[in-house]
Design a protein around this ligand. Structure first.
Ligand code: PLP
Length: 412
């Protein structure tokens, strides 16, 4: 531990982290022999559970053939197959896939694409991004500038970041009116509107309706602004459909995917553009090209695994499983509503949330849950579950009952 710097941790006071030695299905085995039930699928990635044999087989096969090859001026079958399959799965003409290696970088690429789209069209004054309070799109500098500005994580950096336009999501008549007015004044400066669809995850698991997304699509069309939908959390079934934007019946201009893209096995992300976005980059002038290329982009191991993950979505009843998880969580988390200090209980797809009036020490609550044999990481005033879609009903009951018990004891 003398050489490790943990994420999102005050290293002076953080409790010693537990050490994982192996995983299987929805369980994590620790170095001290304990087994935990994982309630959050490794930051919302392991949708098929851990160590799925089909994914493992694809990974081993690809490791034996070609673990990595650069993507500059060279392609490979795992990436060709994956980009074709993603284009087929996504709505509308979202068909041009740019691979990266993390969600934040996929979002950086999306922002860069949107800004350059307008430059390539000769409209040079559209360089602002508009995003929403409660939003989270990554920890890199440009993405910090479009995350919620008040939320503690990035507030310190205010002066170091490029100022962007942050608005309230149009979830009511008043906020819709405000956004319309804002766009009337400043729409001509804006390259893209960025949002997470249906749920703002790291911002507090805040849900909004499909109608909000339809409003955004319409406003973008009216003002010549590109719509970037960040499905890094929501993509691949988490909200009950393959992609959350399907529930609104809209096609964004650019969509980003990561997390469950490889079933949570290896890092991979993708920024996928509609045809008209891609076409704006076609020219005899080299300056029109997208000048971006992470060293490990389209890593063949990651692409092979992502293809195996898509196979599983085709072969196994993932969306049905999400539906069952949703019903079970709604039923079993509901009693938390009766506990003092609980502000809200909400469920969307395979996302279950208990929102507290206040949570002074999320880490301590996490430690109490650990004692129950569950791996759940409360943050801010939220205790949430985003389990693997393959979790068994008994395992899920253990998670929901543990949350209820720990919250009840906290009040005692
Ligand atoms: N966008 C959303 C909606 C996310 O939830 C996250 C991560 O939680 C990111 C972007 C950033 O992804 P990464 O942590 O892979 O950089």
């Amino acid at each position: 531990m003398e050489h490790i710097w943990l994420p999102y941790s005050q290293m002076k006071t953080a409790p010693l982290p537990v050490e994982a030695v192996s995983t299987s299905g929805s369980t994590i085995t620790l170095a001290d022999g304990r087994t935990l039930i994982d309630g959050i699928a490794s930051w919302w990635t392991a949708c098929h559970g851990y160590n799925h044999p089909h994914i493992r087989k694809a990974l081993i096969h690809q490791a034996e053939t070609m673990p990595h090859i650069m993507f500059g001026g060279m392609v490979h079958k795992p990436a060709r197959d994956l980009s074709r399959r993603l284009a087929q799965l996504l709505p509308g003409d979202l068909e041009r896939v740019f691979f990266t290696d993390s969600g934040s970088v996929a979002m950086e690429v999306a922002a860069k694409m949107a800004i350059q789209y307008h430059i390539n069209h000769g409209t040079k004054d559209r360089h602002k991004l508009l995003s929403f309070r409660g939003g989270y799109h990554g920890d890199t500098l440009a993405m910090m500038s479009v995350c919620d500005p008040e939320e503690g994580m990035h507030r310190l950096f205010g002066k170091a970041l490029t100022p962007q336009i942050i608005a309230d999501l149009p979830t009511s008549d008043a906020t819709l009116e405000n956004l319309k007015n804002l766009l009337t004044k400043r729409g001509h400066e804006i390259a893209a509107i960025i949002t997470e669809p249906l749920v703002q995850g790291a911002g507090g698991m805040l849900f909004h309706t499909a109608e909000t997304l339809r409003h955004l699509r319409q406003l973008c069309d009216e003002h010549g602004i590109l719509l970037i939908i960040d499905e890094i959390f929501t993509g691949f079934g988490r909200t009950g459909t393959n992609f959350a934007c399907e529930q609104a019946g809209i096609t964004p201009d650019i969509i980003t995917l990561s997390k469950a893209l490889t079933g949570g096995t290896v890092p991979l992300a993708a920024t996928i553009a509609r045809r008209h976005v891609f076409e704006a980059f076609l020219s005899d002038d080299p300056l029109y090209a997208l000048m971006h290329g992470p060293t490990f982009m389209a890593n063949p191991l990651a692409c092979a695994v992502a293809n195996a993950s898509l196979d599983l979505f085709e072969q196994e009843p993932r969306l049905e499983q999400v539906h069952h998880i949703s019903t079970q969580m709604a039923e079993q988390l509901a009693p938390c509503r009766t506990l003092p200090g609980v502000k809200d209980v909400r469920v969307l797809g395979a996302i279950g949330v208990v929102e507290l009036e206040e949570l002074k020490n999320p880490t301590a609550l996490g430690q109490a849950l650990l004692k129950e044999g569950v791996w759940v990481r409360p943050f801010r005033n939220i205790v949430y579950l985003t389990p693997a879609f393959t979790i068994t009903p008994d395992e899920l009951s253990h998670l929901t009952h543990s949350i209820y018990r720990v919250l009840k004891e906290r009040q005692a």
